[in-house]
Every structure is written in C-alpha cells, then in structure tokens.
Design a protein around this ligand. Structure first.
Ligand SMILES: [Zn+2]
Length: 476
C-alpha cells in the first residue's frame, strides 16, 4: 500500500520540496510495474499517471506542481484499491509455531554449542584452536576465545527469558526470508527473533546452532558484533583480526567448523591462499562485493526501523538517493523498496554469482592449452575470444549468473576497483529497462559508498577493511 499523501505532504508537492513527488513517482512506478493483472482499470491508471507526469507545453513549473498536489490523493487511493486484492493474497495465514520456552530442540542446540564449541576452546583442543586461529588471526587466543562462553551464557539467558509474547526468543513470521533469526538489543534486554524457517524439520542442527551463536554475538553487552561480512564467498576470512573479532560471521564459522556437517568449508591453507590473493584473484573481488552488499542491506534494514519510529536524522540519509526526510510513512515506504532491491542484489551477488577470469592475451595459464607438436610449436595466433574484447560478459541461467571478466580488466586495478566496476555493470544488468523504485546505478551507489555513510562507529573500520584489500590483484 502506498501512503495517501497528508496535507503536509501535499503542501510540499505544491512547493516542489523535500523530494516528495519524486518519492511518490518511485513508489507508483514500481507498484505499476509489479502489478500482474492488467485489466481496464490498470490501463486507465497508467494513462492517468503518465498525464500527471507530463508537463504540457506552456505550463509553468508552479502550475504543474499544484496540479499534481490536487490530483495525487485520488490517484493513490484508486491505485491502492487496485493493489488491495494482491496485497491481501500475499498475506500468509497465521502459522502455528512450537513453543520456544523449554523447547527440547533449542536446549539440545545450546548443549551442542557447549560440548562441541565452548568447552573444546576452553580446554585448548588443537582442532578447536586451529579453527579460532583461522577465523580470528592474532586476536584468537586472548580476545576471541573467551567470547564464546559469553555468547553461550547470553543465549541461555535469552532462552530462559522466553515468554512467548515479547521476551527472549520469539517467532517472528515477518522476518525477511533471508534472515534465519535476528538478534535485537543487547545485554539483559536482548531478544532473538526466529524466522518461520527456524524449526527442527526445516533447519539442520549445525545451521541452527551457528545461527544462534551469530545472533547471540550481536547481543553481547560489551562490544557486540555487527555484520561486516557474511560467510558468502568466504568474505569473512578477509577481515583483519580486529574486525573479525566484531563480525558475527566469524563466530558462526567456528561453530560450523566444530560441529561439522556443512559442505564447502575451506581449510587453513585455502583460507591463507584467499588472504594472499593467490590463485584466482577474483575470489577476493567476489568476497569484497559480498561484504559491501551485506553491509548496505543490513544498514538499510536498520534505517527502516529508525524511520518507522520517527528517529531518523538527515545525517543518516546521506549517501542514499534523495529521500523525503521528514515524512515517516512515505520515507519508510521508499526505504522498504530500496531494501527489497538490495535483497535482490544480495541473492544475485552472494548466492547466484560466479566470477570467471577471461583468457590471458598471448596464452597463459588461464587459456585452454594449445595443441603443440615438435613440428608446430604453437605459432598460430589464436582467434580472439569474446573475453579478449569485452570487459565483462554475462551469461544467465536460472541458477547462476556467470560474469567473465576480461584478463586485461581484472589485472588493471585493486580488488576494490574491480569489484566496483563489476557491481555497477551487474546492477545495470539486473534493473536495466525495468521500472523499479531505484535505478541500478542508484542501488550500486548506496553499496559503494557504505563506508562513508554507515553508523559513525563503523565508518573508519570499514574504510580500513576496504583499504586493506587495495593492494593490486595478483594474477598468476
Ligand atoms: Zn548478523
């Protein structure tokens, strides 16, 4: 539903102020584009909408603004009526959730964390310490290790507080699909919302236990963690130790290592190779893209919460496309659209993206081996492949988007510069020619400027992190 403009908003539209009309334009364009059934009333609204946006020759700017202010309320009301059936359909029937207080499954998960993770770390088991060292580098022994007991105690306390209403652990069917659970608040006031997927028959023990430790680490009273990088594309391994210590995904990784049973994990040698940028340097580029997108996604999610509570400041909206800063419902609606697009980008980058290095000009390790004989030492020049001439080539299937990065392009800059270029091309690819609330480059810009606009406490750390990867890529 699009918020019907209040008299205060209409005044701003008539005066061309505060990006209000532009924001309505984003919301309405996106809503019309999303509408699946397109009958007569839909067509009528489309015509009406294009008339409202048209500036007839000779109409003064003030006249256009006044006309829009006069017609918009009825238009939004009509549009909402058209959207209403779809919105009602989308509402899931209320689900029954198992009780959380005393849940034998959750008790078992916490016991698993105690026996397989916390105690082995406390007793210095070589396997446990190896995992902690791989995840936290030189912060492992002194700083990271004791935090696992604190996280477990915090989880036990939160679980004990569960009352099925507002305290402790609580099912929240409104959590976005991509969140397994969500820690809120800290210390004694902390709670953990569980998504509808957080159930024994839908989630493995290792996934559930590692998710709890991830969320529990967000709620620590002292130096709670944030999300600098998720485990996608192994981005969390690239954090410098000081940041790893504050990143929830690194605690989650230790739990996965020690409980076991999740495929695709790297061993210590592979982690070191990734950190050195050895082998396929695009691994670093991909990891960096993942962590930037995650940070932006989490940040916009937080901003929605602030906006809905009327606690957002213009300072916090810096770096975002122009926003209607002082209207809560309109601002919340626009931020929700941005969040939905970041969610699309997150699954595109973190789940479905494959980066591949194109052929090296003049042959080399990345080129298919040539057929050589003693008589023919491979002197025939090979015809240029598309990879040689185009910086990026896209191939999309239902399960993956493969981007082939030309060798020349990939070797030109630091990983962050290469990641930036790929990001802007990818967002164009996703949203080009589609009516979405935000253009591809607007979404990419939010992601790319996150180290300048994130919470003040995190800005410096993010800048340090991105700069730590600014060394030129190493292509073997
Ligand atoms: Zn998190």
């Amino acid at each position: 539903m699009i918020p019907v403009p209040t008299p205060a908003l209409l005044k701003q539209i008539a005066a061309n102020e505060n990006n209000v009309y532009a924001s309505y334009r984003r919301l309405i364009d996106a809503a019309l584009a999303k509408q699946a059934t397109r009958g007569d009333s839909y067509q009528r609204l489309v015509v009406q909408w294009s008339k409202l946006n048209l500036i007839p020759p000779g109409e003064a700017k003030e006249g256009t603004a006044r006309r829009r202010a006069a017609e918009l309320p009825q238009f939004v009301t009509d549009l909402n009526q058209l959207l209403a059936p779809a919105a009602t359909q989308a509402q899931q029937p209320a689900e029954d959730f198992p009780p959380v207080a005393g849940s034998p499954w959750i008790i078992r998960l916490l016991k698993l964390v105690e026996e397989k993770v916390v105690r082995p770390i406390e007793t210095g088991s070589p396997r446990a310490m190896a995992s902690v060292r791989t995840c936290f580098g030189d912060e492992a022994a002194a700083a990271a290790a004791p935090r696992f007991r604190e996280i477990l105690q915090q989880l036990q306390a939160i679980h004990t507080r569960s009352d099925g209403k507002s305290k402790g652990m609580l099912y929240n069917p409104e959590l976005p699909r991509s969140m397994g659970a969500l820690g809120r608040g800290s210390g004694a006031a902390a709670r953990i919302d569980l998504s509808s997927e957080f159930r024994p028959h839908l989630m493995s023990d290792v996934k559930a236990a590692s998710t709890l430790v991830h969320e529990g680490s967000h709620t620590l009273a002292v130096e709670p963690t944030v999300d600098f990088a998720y485990r996608d594309a192994h981005a969390h391994y690239l954090l410098p130790p000081k940041l790893a210590l504050l990143n929830a995904g690194n605690y989650e990784q230790v739990v996965i290592d020690l409980i076991g049973g999740m495929p695709g994990q790297l061993n210590a040698g592979e982690v070191q190779a990734l950190r050195d940028g050895a082998g396929d340097s695009l691994a670093q580029v991909h990891a960096l893209m993942c962590s930037r997108v995650v940070r932006a996604w989490v940040r916009v999610y937080d901003l929605i919460g602030l906006a809905a509570n009327g606690r957002i400041t213009p300072q916090e909206l810096r770096g975002l496309p122009p926003m209607p800063s002082d209207s809560e419902p309109l601002l919340t609606a626009v931020l929700r659209e941005l969040f939905a697009q970041l969610e699309t980008l997150m699954s595109a980058v973190n789940t479905y993206l494959v980066l591949r290095l194109g052929a090296q000009p003049g042959g080399g390790l990345n080129r298919a081996p040539e057929q050589r004989t003693k008589d023919d030492p491979g002197a025939h020049p090979q015809p240029a492949t598309p990879d040689d001439t185009q910086p990026l080539t896209f191939e999309s299937t239902p399960t993956a988007t493969t981007i082939t990065v030309s060798f020349g392009w990939a070797s030109q800059g630091a990983p962050d510069a290469v990641a930036r270029n790929i990001l802007f091309e990818l967002t164009d690819h996703i949203w080009e020619g589609k009516q979405a609330a935000f253009s591809g480059s607007e979404v990419a810009h939010v992601v790319q400027s996150i180290q300048l606009t994130d919470r003040p406490a995190l800005r410096m750390m993010l800048e340090d992190y991105y700069a730590s990867l600014s060394r030129k890529t190493k292509i073997d």
